[in-house]
Design a protein around this ligand. Structure first.
Ligand SMILES: Cc1cc2nc3c(=O)[nH]c(=O)nc-3n(C[C@H](O)[C@H](O)[C@H](O)COP(=O)(O)OP(=O)(O)OC[C@H]3O[C@@H](n4cnc5c(N)ncnc54)[C@H](O)[C@@H]3O)c2cc1C
Length: 467
C-alpha cells in the first residue's frame, strides 16, 4: 500500500476515465475506499453535450436490459429521471420492430425491458448521481501520462493539464484504468518493464452514420426499429429509436467495408432501400437537428491482460480499455458496467480472503474474472462477424459453424414461436446466460426444423455446452 496515498486521508482509489465504465466503477469503489477520484481528460460540458473523449456518443447507443438493471440497482430512481425527460421504460418485444434476414421478430411482450436515451444524456445523469453521492471527486481536463511504480505494483499516476504545464502525481492505493479503447494503457505497462499483452483483433469492417431528429413520441406505436445487416448478403442496415426530449437517432450500418454515407442525399437513398418503410417514413416527417456523423473504428479488440506472465499489483483495467466489441450488438456499455460490478465482487472477496486492507493478488484475480465475464459477449460478437467473408482476425474452430446454424434457426423461430422469442431476447439482452438457448425445450424446437446433418451436429454441440 502506498503510504502517500493513505497519508491521514484514508484509502484512496483513482479511476482513469469518466466514461460509462469509469463512472460505474467509481460508484462501486465508494463501497470499498474512503476516497475515490476520477481523472478525466475532457472538461465538464453542459448536460448532454458532446465531448471529444467519446466520439462514438454521436451514434445510437442501446443499453441492454441487463445493463439498464445494473445501473438502476447502483443508482436507484435514475430511471425516473429518464422518464421525466421523456425516455419511457418499455418492453423490447412489444415496442421494438426487429427485422433480421431470417424475418421479422414477433411483436409481443417478452418481459425484457429497457429505456433508451442518447449516450451523453445517460452518462451525464450517471455522473450527476456519482457527484451527489458525495464520495467521489472529479479532476477534469487532466491527461493521464503514465503509471507510478512502487515495488511490484503501482502507486499512482502521472498527470498533466490538457493545456500543458508541468506533470504532477496522484497517489492511490488502487488505480483503475477505464480510459477507453484508444488510451495507451499497454504503453504505460511496457514503460514499467512489463511485457505487452497479446491483443486479439477481429474486424468486420463496420461503419456507422448517424443523424438526430426531433419527432414527437406519440406519433408511432413503436419506440425503436432495427433492421440489422445480415451475413452473408445483406451488408446494409439501419436502426432508429426514440431517446429523451422527443429526439430520435437514426443510425445506418454498413458491414464488410461498405461505407455508410455522410451526405444527405445518399443517407436518404440508403434509408429508402431498407426492407422496412418505418425509418424512411420517420425521417420524412421528422425535423433533422444535426449533421450526419460518420464513424468506423468498430473492430472487436481484446487485450489479454489476464494471460500476462506478470502484472502489477494495485492496478486493474476494465471497460473498452480491456475489450471493445463490435457495436452492432449493443454490448459495450453493459459489459463495462458488469466489469465494474465484477471489481466490486473481487474487492469483497479480497476482504474475506485476505482480511485487513491488503490488495495483494487482487489485480491478477480481477483480470481473470473480467476475462471470464467478457467471454460470452466476445464470442457472440466475433462469431457473428465471422459470418462475413471479409472479416479479418483469428478464426474460431469448426464448432462455430454449427453454432451459427443453430442461432440461425433460433432467429427463424423467434419470428413465430413465443417461447424462443422470449429466450432469444433474454439472452441477447444478457439477462440470461447463453446456455438458456440450449434448454431442452428450445433444443427440441430447433431440432424439429433442422435438416438431418444439422440435427447430428446440433446434438454434438448441445453435449459440448452441457459439459
Ligand atoms: C459507433 C459506436 C456505437 C456504439 N453503440 C453502442 C451501443 O449501442 N450499446 C453499447 O452498449 N455500446 C455501444 N458502443 C460501445 C460503447 O461506446 C463503449 O463500450 C463504452 O463507451 C465503453 O465505455 P468506457 O467507459 O470503457 O470507455 P469510454 O466511454 O470510451 O470512456 C473513456 C474515457 O476515458 C477518457 N480518457 C481517455 N484517455 C485518457 C487519459 N489518458 N487521461 C484521462 N482520461 C482519458 C476519455 O476522455 C473518456 O471519457 C458503441 C461504440 C461505437 C464506436
Amino acid at each position: 500500500m502506498s503510504l502517500s496515498a493513505t497519508n491521514g486521508a484514508g484509502r484512496h482509489a483513482i479511476v482513469l476515465g469518466g466514461g460509462i465504465a469509469g463512472l460505474v466503477a467509481a460508484r462501486v469503489l465508494t463501497d470499498h475506499f474512503d476516497r475515490v477520484t476520477v481523472l478525466e481528460r475532457d472538461k465538464p460540458g453542459s448536460e448532454g453535450a458532446f465531448r471529444a473523449g467519446v466520439p462514438q456518443s454521436r451514434h445510437a447507443h442501446v443499453l441492454l436490459a441487463k445493463g439498464h438493471a445494473c445501473v438502476e440497482q447502483l443508482f436507484p430512481g435514475i430511471g425516473d429521471e429518464m422518464e421525466a425527460a421523456g425516455a419511457p421504460l418499455y418492453d423490447v418485444g412489444e415496442r421494438c420492430i426487429s427485422i433480421y434476414p431470417q424475418g421479422r421478430l414477433l411483436r409481443r411482450r417478452a418481459g425484457v425491458e429497457l429505456r433508451l436515451t442518447s449516450r451523453m444524456f445517460r452518462e451525464r445523469l450517471i455522473r450527476r448521481r456519482v457527484v451527489e453521492g458525495g464520495r467521489v471527486s472529479f479532476r477534469e481536463g487532466v491527461v493521464v501520462q503514465g503509471l507510478v511504480p512502487e515495488g511490484c505494483g503501482v502507486a499512482g499516476v502521472r498527470i498533466r493539464n490538457v493545456e500543458g504545464g508541468a506533470e504532477s502525481t496522484v497517489f492511490a492505493d488502487l488505480v483503475v484504468a477505464a480510459c477507453g479503447r484508444e488510451a495507451p494503457v499497454v504503453d504505460w505497462l511496457v514503460a514499467l518493464g512489463y511485457p505487452a499483452p497479446r491483443e486479439v483483433v477481429v474486424d468486420a469492417g463496420l461503419s456507422y452514420s448517424s443523424r438526430w431528429y426531433r419527432f414527437p413520441r406519440d406519433r408511432r406505436d413503436f419506440y425503436a426499429v432495427a433492421e440489422l445487416p445480415g451475413a452473408p448478403d445483406r451488408p446494409r442496415g439501419g436502426v432508429a429509436f426514440m431517446t429523451e426530449h422527443d429526439t430520435w437517432v437514426v443510425t445506418l450500418m454498413g458491414t464488410s467495408r461498405i461505407r455508410t454515407p455522410t451526405d444527405e442525399s445518399s443517407f436518404n437513398v440508403w434509408v429508402r432501400a431498407l426492407d422496412n418503410p418505418h425509418i424512411h417514413e420517420l425521417i420524412t416527417e421528422a425535423e433533422p437537428i444535426s449533421p450526419i456523423y460518420g464513424y468506423a473504428r468498430t473492430d472487436n479488440r481484446r487485450r489479454l491482460f489476464d494471460r500476462m506472465p506478470s502484472f502489477p499489483e494495485r492496478f486493474v483495467v476494465l471497460g473498452d480499455a480491456a475489450a471493445s466489441l463490435n457495436p452492432l450488438y449493443g454490448q459495450g456499455m453493459t459489459v463495462g458496467a458488469l466489469g465494474a460490478l465484477e471489481l466490486g465482487a473481487c474487492l469483497e472477496e479480497q476482504r474475506e480472503r485476505v482480511g485487513g486492507r491488503s490488495l495483494t493478488g487482487l489485480s491478477r484475480r480481477f483480470q481473470r474474472c473480467l476475462a471470464r465475464m467478457q467471454e460470452p459477449a466476445w464470442v457472440m460478437a466475433t462469431a457473428e462477424d465471422f459470418r462475413w467473408p471479409g472479416t479479418s482476425g483469428e478464426r474460431p474452430g469448426p464448432a462455430q459453424k454449427v453454432a451459427e446454424a443453430y442461432f440461425n434457426i433460433i432467429l427463424r423461430l423467434a419470428t413465430r414461436d413465443p417461447v424462443v422469442h422470449t429466450a432469444m431476447l433474454r439472452v441477447t439482452h444478457m439477462v440470461d446466460p447463453m446456455s438458456e438457448l440450449f434448454r431442452p425445450d428450445i433444443v427440441s424446437r430447433v431440432l424439429e426444423c433442422s435438416t438431418r446433418p444439422v440435427r447430428k451436429a446440433v446434438g454434438a454441440l448441445v453435449e459440448q455446452v452441457a459439459r
